[in-house]
Design a protein around this ligand. Structure first.
Ligand code: NAP
Length: 283
């Protein structure tokens, strides 16, 4: 970690990046903790990724986040990749060491698990079966963290069965791939059900699933946070289930990154949540 008396810069490498809420989050924390620094957006086209990553240490940035489409490609450009990020197969955070070395992490899955704990303090990954709907990059990160934190049974339901099967092959016994036609029965007896597809996002149709098999005590989560309540979460809330959206995941993945770059583990406060939610209406 560089001396805190110097102005620290961190940012986001992606293409495009303009939609990102990360500047609001990190700049809020920089102001709140009185740290000299700034979090900025770097729109980097795929063909420029290698030179941009080299520039992180040349320019002495503290580090950066990485988003679409660079999360996988960036791994080969780093000096070291943390084991969880390796198992996910993607990096969302880079930390520049004092010696200029670059280490990659993926905080998305742990951010999700922490967001469920925040919403339901009595819940644990081994509280009961978990149904994950979706098998894309976000689902993979969530599954890797749930498995690493002791989940005993994770049913992965995906429209394209082969992608769910690939996750079962990659992560082994706690994962069971389920066919799309069986998605409703996959909710039988679960302690946690998660929408990790893009369905229900602003501009997308609702996730096509009935909740008839969902236990009344199950917690229901959506990785989507715009809108704040997807049709999937609304249907679960109306049935009486506890629900949470993806904002907690976004905020919780940012905390360890900020800590690694700026030396303070920041808090998620109502003020920060209001600042991020204010961007939803102005978007
Ligand atoms: P992705 O890799 O493109 O995966 C998309 C997933 O959605 C796949 O499983 C895909 O199934 C499924 N899907 C797409 N259209 C569908 C349809 N019509 N019916 C059923 N399933 C469908 O995307 P991702 O990066 O994993 O992101 C998934 C969601 O998580 C997005 O909404 C994203 O915004 C959100 N997310 C949130 C956070 C956070 O911090 N809260 C972080 C990352 C992502 P197929 O395999 O069959 O195509």
């Amino acid at each position: 970690m560089q001396a805190q008396s110097t102005f620290g810069i961190a940012g986001l490498l992606g293409w495009p990046v303009a939609h990102s809420r990360s500047p609001v989050i990190h700049n809020h924390w920089l102001a709140r903790y009185g740290i000299l620094g700034r979090y900025v957006l770097f729109g980097v086209a795929p063909e420029s990724l290698a030179s941009a990553v080299k520039g992180l240490s040349v320019l002495r940035l503290r580090g950066c986040n990485v988003t679409t489409p660079h999360k996988q490609a960036v791994m080969a450009l780093l000096d070291d990749v943390d084991p969880l990020a390796k198992s996910i197969g993607a990096v969302n955070t880079i930390v520049v060491g004092d010696d200029g070395s670059l280490r990659g992490y993926n905080n998305d899955g742990n951010g999700f698990v922490q967001s469920v704990r925040d919403a339901q303090p009595s819940w644990r990954p081994d509280s009961g079966p978990i149904a994950i709907i979706g098998a894309g990059g976000a689902a993979r990160a969530v599954i890797a963290s749930l498995a690493a934190q002791g989940a005993g049974e994770i049913r992965v339901v995906n429209r394209t069965f082969e992608r769910a099967k690939a996750l079962q092959d990659a992560f082994g016994p706690p994962i069971a791939a389920v066919r799309w036609n069986d998605r409703e029965r996959a909710l039988d007896g679960v302690a946690l059900a998660v929408n990790a597809t893009n369905q229900g996002m602003e501009g997308q149709p609702a996730l096509d699933i009935a909740l008839t098999h969902l236990p009344a005590q199950a917690t229901v989560a959506d990785l989507v946070y715009v809108p704040r309540e997807t049709p999937f979460l609304q249907a679960a809330r109306v049935r009486g289930n506890a629900t949470l959206n993806g904002l907690g995941m976004l905020l919780n993945q940012a905390r360890p990154a900020f800590n690694a770059w700026f030396g303070v583990m920041p808090q998620i406060t109502p003020e920060l949540i209001r600042a991020v939610e204010a961007t939803f209406t102005s978007a």
